[in-house]
Design a protein around this ligand. Structure first.
Ligand code: FAD
Length: 380
């Protein structure tokens, strides 16, 4: 028999694993697909101290505990990378290079990755001096000089962290002296830090070295002068990119930066497809908010499946009337109950009430999600 999952979650970071816990607990047949590290980006963080109830852990450990929890409740975790998807039908199809997976609902929890600027030397020295994660790599630069590229919250906060190890942190900033893109408190702290130095009005032009980074060329945007600065490491903190390239050719709506668009219940633009974690645009991208998203998306997926079950068992191929109404409109209910009496006598075998506020998926399925007054659909 064909293996069709109730729920497939793409990504086993905190969002995907939390969705796995909630999905499996709700007795949905749940599969989590992960192309890289179980635990996601958080697993690359050596210290997590802000997840409530766990005063201190490593991201790797947290990922391990979360994945065991999901598995214990019945979720299956498989290592595979999804490359193409077909999402529009009742059954969603996800394809990797070697396999095809089918599900009645999907949660994309594919997270983000650091932006690569493509500066000469950046890719060549990745892992040999070029880094994107302070908590993972700062220690390797103990008592050495490093460069930080970027001036947003992440750059300045990570720069402060690196300064615990490095002898000097030189931050390259595009803007005029004193202007950073981070919050004021972090800026004040950074200005007071004797190990942090700012190189204003500048960009990184090139990273040079033999086996690993030895120096960089920095260009002053006002004078055009290029300065050679010796250093052992270059940390890039210039933003994160959502992992959604494989969704670009689909009908799933992405914003201009590539995040998957969704509503507050984490419904994407396609019925039965949900979003969780850093892959959506939001105010705070952290483990706790990713996990919270996973829970919401899984519960929303469960509700979607319940409504689709009504469609499959009571509507599809049946002689039924469906009365769409808004539960705030009591006259609508009166109107529909009169219609029910009439129609049940001769015309239909069943009459189904769909409250468009509560049964949003069924309402959307029939394009009735925004009606002002009750409407009837006869399905024959
Ligand atoms: C340096 C650094 C330090 C951080 N420190 C903290 C901290 O101390 N506390 C905190 O709360 N947060 C921290 N964060 C943020 C936290 O890591 C993220 O908010 C969180 O990991 C987001 O979870 P997620 O599940 O949405 O995505 P991710 O953790 O990014 O997981 C997404 C997963 O999806 C997988 N995936 C992507 N595409 C596919 C595909 N096509 N097929 C299969 N799998 C796919 C990826 O391999 C990845 O494992 C830190 C982030 C960074 C970069």
């Amino acid at each position: 028999m064909e293996n069709i999952y109730d729920l497939i979650i793409v990504g086993a970071g905190p969002a995907g694993l939390a969705a796995g816990v909630y999905g499996a607990r709700a007795k949905m047949k749940t599969l989590i697909l992960e192309k890289g590290t179980i635990g996601g980006m958080a697993a690359k963080t050596t210290e997590i101290v802000n997840y409530p109830g766990i005063p201190k852990t490593s991201g790797e450990k947290l990922g391990e505990v979360m994945s065991k929890h999901a598995e214990k409740l019945g979720a299956t975790i498989v290592r595979d990378s999804i490359r193409t998807v077909e999402l529009n039908g009742e059954i969603k199809i996800l394809k990797s290079r070697r396999k095809e997976y089918k599900a009645r609902s999907v949660i994309f929890a594919t997270g983000t990755r650091p932006r690569v600027l493509g500066i000469p030397g950046e890719v060549d020295f990745k892992g040999s001096g070029v880094a994107y994660c302070a908590t993972c790599d700062a220690e390797f630069f103990s008592n050495q000089e490093v460069i930080v590229v970027g001036s947003g919250d992440q750059a300045i906060e990570e720069g402060m962290f690196i300064s615990k190890y490095a002898s000097k942190v030189k931050v390259i900033v595009l803007h005029d002296e004193g202007v950073l893109d981070c919050n004021r408190l972090s800026a004040e702290e950074a200005f007071k830090n004797p190990k942090i130095e700012f190189i204003w009005n500048s960009t990184l032009d090139e990273i040079i070295g033999d086996e690993s980074v030895e120096r960089v060329k920095v260009k002053n945007l006002k004078t055009g002068n290029i300065t050679d600065i010796p250093c052992k490491g270059v940390f890039f903190f210039v933003g994160m990119i959502p992992n959604t390239e494989f969704l670009e050719e689909t009908e799933l709506k992405l914003d201009k930066r590539g995040h998957i668009e969704c509503d507050s219940l984490l419904n994407s633009s396609i019925s039965g497809v949900f979003v969780a974690g850093d892959v959506r645009e939001k105010y705070l991208k952290q483990v706790i908010t990713a996990a919270a998203d996973g829970a919401i998306a899984a519960v929303a997926a469960e509700k979607y499946l319940e409504e689709m079950n009504i469609y499959i068992n009571r509507i599809k191929d049946k002689n039924v009337a469906i009365g769409f109404w808004n539960s705030l409109d009591s006259d609508g209910l009166k109107y529909l109950s009169e219609k029910e009496k009439e129609l049940r006598e001769n015309d239909v075998d069943d009459f189904i009430y769909v409250d468009i506020r509560k049964n949003k998926h069924l309402a959307k399925f029939f394009n009735k999600e925004n009606i002002d007054s009750p409407e009837l659909v006869i399905n024959k």
